[in-house]
Every structure is written in structure tokens, then in C-alpha cells.
Design a protein around this ligand. Structure first.
Ligand code: ATP
Length: 823
């Protein structure tokens, strides 16, 4: 058992502002000090202390890299998980202070990978080494499962359910908590996905993150207001042993810790904030209770989060906390609160135990074997023997059995003869003949039949005490088996839930697995464009909807104008570069392999030549030095080294390529989601134009789509708008700049739809357009423009133009679309 207090670390978020309010002590007593002047600073007066000092295991200043965080914080915990102890790392801090960045990582650069992907990499590296004959932990068999839980408003959601096209958090399967008689917590409906390698584990992480991202909307930024727990379940076993070690590593991204009062929220957001603050409040209560000595009741059950993390807090777990802190002046009070919380957490003592248990199934097999051999031994000792001689057939079978036994290289293999003394005697005589044959230089493989004189006659009566002892042992083993069988049944029942889920998952899983394999198998050959579409994360949702022409153009412009477009383009370029590198390395690996084969052939030929020379020209021993042969051996070794080296680099590159593909995939999903939201918003505005126009026909200030002059109003006619679409009549665009056949009229002006998109607002004279009326004047006060004809396309185009105009007017790049108005 390892007793240890929860380890606490602080990480300061980089800021461009000049923060003169803190000091980091990195020497003997690592700590963080906030200096709060006694003056009016950013809206609050400090009447209290001027300096607040907090101690941590280590403080990571603003420049700390993700690699450093992993080495100091996560690696020791990962090591203890490999050794069979439970581990937890949780990030705590106010919104935007870098919790997600620390736990999961940034979504833009490979180097920004956070603790989860780095830990997965580290663990699988260890598992792979264990599978090598001379690696550390050599021979150990590891299996890994992953779960990803999000807790939002006290409800748990399974982020790894691939069956759901989640567009809202509520679409994900709900997870509930159950407690068994031994007060162990079980999470019902949380899927546990097996991951055979790093690639599969990373795919699960990205699946969960994408579900998390898609399920949130600007109104419902669940990531900020929910707790996320990514759990890696590790099971290890020595080959042939019935003892298994099971450990869990929870990587926890908590909700933002700021107080409701400060955030100034209301309505739905306030409800959420209450839940979040309540669950963080319960977390605090648990921590206070744990840090106080002699407290018998710890209120774990108050919230779902504390129930799930029960073991991590004051239980069987090595736990580490990262306090993420903003050092900007306006955030100082929250940062001080975060550090205070950390100080209390540091008082909690955990007792981590080695989670070792006997695997009932393995144990039963082993005990059954033992019972069988005891039964046989007992039969021999009690003299329940048969008197008649072995038949020809029995002797033949026995000889085959002995031959198979001798041919099997496994030293542990046994010869199962049963409690029949006649067979045992026969075998002994066979062995005797063989040994004598060998000693006398014979083949030993000749006649196996025993000579009657060679058969010993061990007519010994077994002592009664020994018989009793064996009977007792037999009884004991039988009891053990029945206990283990009942344990196994119980165990089966327990895992039934998760097994059902695993079954349901397997289809979707196979699907993503096969697409994943197709992408990784051809790392060196794929072009980057292909990679973008065939990446490992080829899930159904990513294909996105098929867009109409107008909407597609709008989408292209929307994408071009986004801030993160530069990063996406950078990542694409990097991906292309990495592919080229991988291709070159792949070729190098192939070259090395052929070179090694070539050199081996040369060496073989050389040796054959020397052997032939030895036959013809006199004795030449293989030990004699041959400089050519020696050089060939050296070259082979060098070539092998270079092969290994290049192959290692190729493997590293593959991980990076996959990560970049996943980043791009995520960016794409986000882009589609944002575009859809923006489009729907603009379309909605189009559907309600008059809600922005006053009763007199005057435009409401702020409307981005205003007529150049107020339109005449008659009784209830608010504004007349004629939209006509001329499809084929015009032929092509009058500007000859594009081949668009889509024109439309807006306030008596004819526009080329495509050039509009390209910001052209010059009227195209359109008398020749015998246009098809797609819309009629809006002469009623109803709030929507009645459209007829090909509504979908026309509505799309109109919505786009309005939306585009509104977007441009926000960015100051607009020209008036209303150059001509109807009298
Ligand atoms: N150490 C860092 N280096 C670079 N960027 C960072 C760092 N920490 C945070 N960021 C950036 O700051 C922004 C907010 O960070 P993040 O989303 O991780 O905060 P958070 O604490 O998880 O917030 P929330 O509570 O809303 O989930 C992100 O854009 C992130 O990339």
C-alpha cells in the first residue's frame, strides 16, 4: 500500500498583458505568490493582504511546454498505473484558464498535444516493449479499455457512443450511477471500448471530443460548464498466471470554477451555473471533510462527479491536481481562490493499493487440472487397479502418446496416462529401452515394446495417512472450485451491461477500424487531399450535407474568411510535408530492406564458396577469418541499424500524420457546424424581414438589409419586393466573367447571382430576361416572403445574399446592394 497526499501543481496561462502581480519561486520551496496592491485595481479595492503565497509541488510558468507538463505531472502517475495502482489527474481553474488545453491539448498544433494523447502514447509504447522478448516487463499481457464520460447539469453522458449522430448533448446516451452492496460505484450505460493500440485509443479520444464539440452550441457551451472524465482501464497478467492486475487512470477536465455572482448570468445559463457551482461546491465539501481529521462521513453521494471520483479523493488512488491559473489582474481573485482550493486538496491523504486479484476463470481451469491429477494419484495409492493386459490397440495409442510427448519442445508438457498402473509401467519400460539404446549408441527410435524382464513391479502399499491427506486435498479443491464458480457467475452478471454495449458498439467500431486501417496502411502513398477525406476519423457525420450551388459558394467564402483558416491551411501544408517525408522514409526503409537481403545473399554465396573450397582444396574451418565475409557482416549490421532507425522515424511520423488528420477533421466538423448555425440564423432573418421594418415602412436601425429609400406605403402594404429569377433566357452573364445562368431581380435590378457572390453589385440590364416569377410582391403584413417555384434553391440564394451582405457590413467591406429602387 502506498500512502501519499494528493500532489498539486500550478500552471500559469500565457498572457500578452503585462502581469506584474505574481512571483514564481522555483527553488527549494516551489510556490506562487500574488502581489495585490492596496489600491483600486480593476474594479476592486483590496483592503486586506498585499501578498498571497501558495506552495505547490511545482509551478509551471507561462512558457512551460506541454512536454514538460507531461514529464513532471502525468508520467509518474502513468508509471504507477502500469504498476497496478489507480491514478487520477484533474485540472481545476476558472473558465478559459487552460484546463482543456492541459488535459486534452490545443486543437491546432501537434506539439500542443495534452496529457491524454501523450499518456496514451506512453502507455502503448510500454505495452509494445512488453511484447518484445527482451523488453522491460517482458512477456506481460496487457489489455486496455477506454471510457469517456461528460457530466452536465448532474446528468452523465457517454461520449463514446458511435451510434449517435449527436447534434445536442441530450442525444447522447445517459449514464447513471449505481452502487452495489459493497458500496462500489458502477456507471450504467457508460460504454467501455477496447483499444488494441494507440491509434484506436486516439480515435476514441477524438470521437469523444467531437461528440462534445458537436453537442454544444453557442448558447450551450457545455465544455465550459461540464465535467469530463476520460478513463483508461489497464489490465495486466503474467503469461500462465491466474493473477491479474487492474488499474484505472482518470483524466479529468472539470467545469470552470468561477462564482455565479461574478459571471452575472441568468436564465438557462444560471441554472447550469448553479449545477456546476453546486457540484464544485460538493467537491469542495468532500475535500474539506477529507482534509479534516476524524471526519467519519464524507459526502461523496451529493453529486455525480464526487461519486465517480470517490476513489480518487481519499481512496485507493494516486491523485494529482493541476491548478490552472490566469495571472491577469482582473482574474486575480479567482486565481487566489483556485490556489486556496489546491492547498486544501494537498492535505488529503490517499492510500493506493496494488489492485491484484485472481482471475476466477483461469483459477478454475488450473484447479480442475489439479483435481484430476489428485484423483489419479489417489486411484494409484488406493490400488484401484485393473488386472488384464494392455491390448494391441492400447499399446499403439500409448506409443503415439509417448512420441508426441517427446517431440513437444515445451518443457512443461505432461504425459497424461490416467490412474492406470499398466500404462505407467509400459511407458517406463519404453523409456528404459530408449535410454539404453542411446547409451549404447543406437538410434533409440527402434522398437519401443518393452521386454518383460525390464518391467519393474512396484508392489508397494500406500500409507493410509497419505491417502487421507490426498482425499482432504481433493475435497478442499472441490470447495474452492465451487466458490470460484459462484464468483465467476457474479462477475459475469456485473459485466453484463458493458458486454451488451460492447456488442452494440462492435459494428460501428469495425466500421471506423476498417477506414482507419485503410488510411494507415498506405501512409507513404496517400496524397494529402486523400488523407483529408480518408483519414482515420471517417465517421458518418463528417461527410456533411450536399450543398446547393449558392450555399456551397457561401460556404467557401465563409471558410476563407475565418480566423482559423490560416492554421488549417498551415496544418494542411504540414500534412503534405509530412506525407512527402513519410514517402521518402518509406522508400528508404524499402531500400534498406532490399540491401540487407542482397548482402545476406552475397554472404551466403561467399560461405558456400568457402565450404566448396574446403572440400576441394583442403580443410578450411568456418572459424577462420575471412575479411570479405567480415566486411559483409559489418555492412549487414550497419544496414539493419539504419533500417531500424528509419523505421522508428517512420512510425513517429505516422503518429504525427494521424494526429494532424484528426485535427483537420475536427476543424472541418467545427467549420460545418459554425456555417450551419450562421446560415440558419441568416435564413431566419430573411424569413422575418418585416419584423425589422416599422409600420410606416421605415427601416429599423441596425437592420443590415435596408432599402436605400423608404418605400411608399399603402394601407397595409409594408414593402413591395419582387424577386424574379431568370434561368435560361439570359444565356450567360452579361459581364462574361462567369458562366452563370442564374440571375435574379432585386428591386427591379437584375443581378448575376454568381457575381453577387463575388461582390459585384452592378446592375445587369435585363429587359431581355423573360423571367420566371419566383416571388410575388409582399403586399400583406405577413412576416415571410411568399416564394414560388424552385423554393429551395431560390431561398438558398436569397438567404445567402442577405447573409453575405450582413457579414460584409459587419466587417466593413460592403457595398450597397440597393443601387436602384422602384418608384
Ligand atoms: N498554456 C497555454 N498555452 C497556449 N494557449 C493556451 C494555454 N492555456 C490555454 N490556452 C488557450 O486559451 C484558451 C482557453 O483555454 P481552455 O479552453 O483550455 O480553457 P478551460 O479552462 O478549459 O476553459 P473552460 O472552462 O471553458 O473549458 C484556448 O484557446 C487555449 O488554446
Amino acid at each position: 500500500m502506498v500512502k501519499q497526499t494528493i500532489q498539486i501543481f500550478a500552471r500559469l496561462k500565457p498572457t500578452k498583458k503585462s502581469p506584474s502581480v505574481y512571483l514564481v519561486d522555483e527553488e527549494e520551496r516551489p510556490g506562487l505568490e500574488f502581489l495585490v496592491p492596496r489600491d483600486l485595481a480593476d474594479g476592486f479595492v483590496n483592503n486586506k493582504k498585499e501578498s498571497y503565497r501558495f506552495r505547490f509541488q511545482k509551478v509551471f510558468d507561462q512558457t512551460a511546454k506541454q512536454e514538460e507538463i507531461f514529464e513532471h505531472v502525468a508520467k509518474p502517475v502513468a508509471d504507477s498505473v502500469l504498476a497496478g495502482y489507480n491514478g487520477t489527474i484533474f485540472a481545476y481553474g476558472q473558465t478559459g484558464s487552460g484546463k482543456t488545453f492541459t488535459i486534452t491539448g490545443g486543437a491546432e498544433r501537434y506539439s500542443d498535444r495534452g496529457i491524454i494523447p501523450r499518456t496514451l502514447s506512453y502507455l502503448y509504447q510500454h505495452f509494445n516493449q512488453a511484447s518484445l522478448p527482451l523488453g522491460s516487463d517482458s512477456g506481460k499481457i496487457y489489455t486496455t479499455h477506454i471510457s469517456y464520460l461528460e457530466i452536465y447539469n448532474e446528468v452523465g453522458y457517454d461520449l463514446l457512443d458511435p451510434r449517435h449522430e449527436a447534434s445536442r448533448l441530450e442525444d447522447l446516451p445517459k449514464v447513471s450511477i449505481m452502487e452495489d452492496h459493497d458500496q462500489n460505484i458502477h456507471l450504467r450505460n457508460l460504454s467501455l471500448q477496447q483499444s488494441a493500440n494507440e491509434e484506436e485509443a486516439l480515435n476514441l479520444l477524438f470521437l469523444g471530443d467531437t461528440n462534445r464539440m458537436i453537442a454544444e452550441t453557442p448558447m450551450n457551451q457545455a465544455s465550459t460548464r461540464s465535467h469530463c472524465i476520460f478513463t483508461i482501464h489497464v489490465c495486466s497478467r503474467e503469461p500462465g498466471s491466474a493473477t491479474v492486475r487492474r488499474s484505472k487512470l482518470h483524466l479529468v477536465d472539470l467545469a470552470g470554477s468561477e462564482r455565479v455572482a461574478k459571471t452575472g448570468v441568468d436564465g438557462q445559463v444560471l441554472t447550469e451555473a448553479k449545477y456546476i457551482n453546486l457540484s464544485l461546491h460538493y467537491l469542495e465539501q468532500v475535500i474539506i471533510a477529507l482534509s479534516e481529521k476524524n471526519r467519519s462521513h464524507i459526502p461523496y453521494r451529493n453529486s455525480m462527479m464526487t461519486s465517480v471520483l470517490r476513489d480518487s479523493l481519499g481512496g485507493n488512488c494516486m491523485t494529482t491536481m493541476i491548478a490552472t491559473v490566469s495571472v491577469e489582474k482582473r482574474n486575480i481573485d479567482e486565481s487566489i481562490a483556485t490556489c486556496r482550493f489546491a492547498q486544501r486538496v494537498a492535505l488529503i491523504k490517499n492510500e493506493a493499493q496494488l489492485n491484484e486479484e485472481l482471475d476466477p476463470a483461469l483459477m478454475i481451469t488450473r484447479l480442475k487440472k489439479e483435481v484430476q491429477s489428485l484423483r489419479e494419484e489417489l486411484a494409484i495409492l488406493t490400488g484401484e487397479q485393473r488386472e488384464e493386459k494392455l491390448t494391441e490397440d492400447e499399446i499403439h495409442k500409448l506409443e503415439e502418446q509417448v512420441k508426441a510427448f517427446l517431440d513437444d519442445p515445451d518443457p512443461e508438457v505432461s504425459l497424461e496416462l490416467g490412474p492406470d498402473m499398466r500404462k505407467i509401467r509400459h511407458c517406463f519400460s519404453m523409456f528404459k529401452i530408449m535410454v539404453r539404446d542411446m547409451l549404447s549408441g543406437g538410434g533409440g527410435a527402434g522398437d519401443c515394446s518393452p521386454s518383460p524382464s525390464a518391467v519393474p513391479d512396484p508392489d508397494v502399499n500406500p500409507p493410509a495417512a497419505e491417502v487421507k491427506k490426498l482425499k482432504d486435498m481433493l475435497q478442499q479443491r472441490d470447495n474452492e472450485i465451487s466458490i470460484l464458480v459462484s464468483m465467476l457467475k457474479k462477475e459475469k452478471k456485473k459485466v453484463q451491461d458493458s458486454m451488451t454495449q460492447l456488442g452494440q458498439f462492435s459494428n460501428g467500431h469495425k466500421q471506423s477500424k476498417s477506414s482507419m486501417q485503410s488510411s494507415t496502411a498506405s501512409v507513404a502513398e496517400e496524397s494529402s487531399e486523400e488523407a483529408e477525406s480518408n483519414g482515420p476519423y471517417a465517421l458518418r457525420r463528417r461527410q456533411g450535407p450536399v450543398l446547393s450551388v449558392g450555399r456551397q459558394e457561401a460556404f467557401d467564402i465563409f471558410r476563407r474568411d475565418r480566423d482559423d483558416n490560416v492554421t488549417i491551411e498551415d496544418n494542411k501544408a504540414l500534412l503534405r510535408q509530412r506525407f512527402a517525408e513519410a514517402k521518402a522514409l518509406g522508400e528508404q526503409v524499402n531500400r534498406s530492406r532490399s540491401r540487407v537481403n542482397e548482402l545476406k545473399k552475397q554472404l551466403e554465396q561467399r560461405r558456400m564458396k568457402r565450404a566448396a573450397y574446403g572440400v576441394v582444396g583442403g580443410p578450411v574451418t568456418m572459424e577462420e577469418l575471412d575479411p570479405v565475409e567480415e566486411r559483409l557482416c559489418e555492412q549487414i549490421e550497419e544496414e539493419k541499424k539504419s533500417y531500424k532507425n528509419t523505421f522508428g522515424r517512420l512510425k513517429g511520423l505516422r503518429t504525427e500524420i494521424e494526429h494532424l488528420q484528426l485535427l483537420l477533421e475536427r476543424a472541418k466538423v467545427k467549420l460545418q457546424r459554425d456555417f450551419k448555425e450562421w446560415w440558419d440564423r441568416e435564413e431566419e432573418r430573411l424569413q422575418k424581414p418585416k419584423s425589422k421594418v416599422g409600420a410606416t415602412g421605415q427601416s429599423v436601425p441596425g437592420s443590415s438589409w435596408q432599402p436605400a429609400a423608404p418605400r411608399p406605403t399603402r394601407s397595409r402594404v409594408v414593402r413591395g419586393m419582387t424577386v424574379r429569377m431568370c434561368l435560361a433566357a439570359c444565356g450567360v452573364c452579361a459581364f462574361h466573367l462567369c458562366q452563370s445562368k442564374v440571375f435574379f431581380f432585386w428591386d427591379n435590378v437584375c443581378y448575376c447571382a454568381r457575381l453577387m457572390v463575388s461582390f459585384c453589385s452592378r446592375p445587369v440590364p435585363g429587359p431581355a430576361c423573360v423571367s420566371r416569377d419566383l416571388s410575388v410582391s409582399t403586399s400583406s403584413s405577413s412576416s415571410s416572403i411568399p416564394l414560388t417555384g424552385d423554393q429551395q434553391t431560390d431561398a438558398d440564394i436569397l438567404a445567402f445574399i442577405r447573409a453575405r451582405h450582413s457579414l460584409l457590413s459587419r466587417t466593413g467591406r460592403t457595398r450597397s446592394l440597393h443601387t436602384h429602387t422602384l418608384n
